[in-house]
Design a protein. Structure first.
Length: 109
C-alpha cells in the first residue's frame, strides 16, 4: 500500500518505488549516475535499489531537484555550496587482505 503524491508512491517504511524515483530524476534532467555524482554516492549504491524501493531521503532529493528544474531553477550552483566528499566503496578489500587483516598462506596438501 502506498500514498500517491505528485505521481510518487510513498510506501511503507518510508521508501519510494524505484521507477517513480527514476522518473523524478528524469524531471531533473539527471540519470542515476549523474544523481549519484551530484550527492557524493557511488552510482552502484543508488542502482542497487532497482529491484526494490529507494529510501525516502534520496527520493526527497530527487523530487526537489525535479521540481526546481521544472520551475527553471538551476540547482547546480545551489548543490555546489555543499562540500561533498565521495564515499568510499565498502564492497571490496585490497588484494591480499581480508577484513583488514593480512591473509596467511595456508598449506593444503
Amino acid at each position: 500500500m502506498c500514498i500517491i503524491h505528485k505521481n510518487v508512491c510513498w510506501g511503507r517504511h518510508d521508501t519510494v518505488d524505484y521507477q517513480a524515483f527514476v522518473g523524478e530524476l528524469g524531471k531533473a534532467g539527471l540519470n542515476v549516475r549523474q544523481f549519484a555524482g551530484l550527492i557524493g554516492m557511488n552510482p552502484n549504491s543508488v542502482s542497487n535499489y532497482a529491484n526494490g524501493e529507494v529510501p525516502q531521503h534520496l527520493a526527497l532529493i530527487a523530487v526537489l531537484l525535479g521540481e526546481m528544474n521544472i520551475r527553471g531553477i538551476d540547482f547546480s550552483p545551489i548543490v555546489s555550496r555543499v562540500s561533498l566528499t565521495p564515499k568510499k566503496s565498502r564492497g571490496r578489500s585490497k588484494p591480499g587482505k581480508f577484513g583488514g587483516d593480512k591473509q596467511e598462506e595456508l598449506d593444503f596438501r
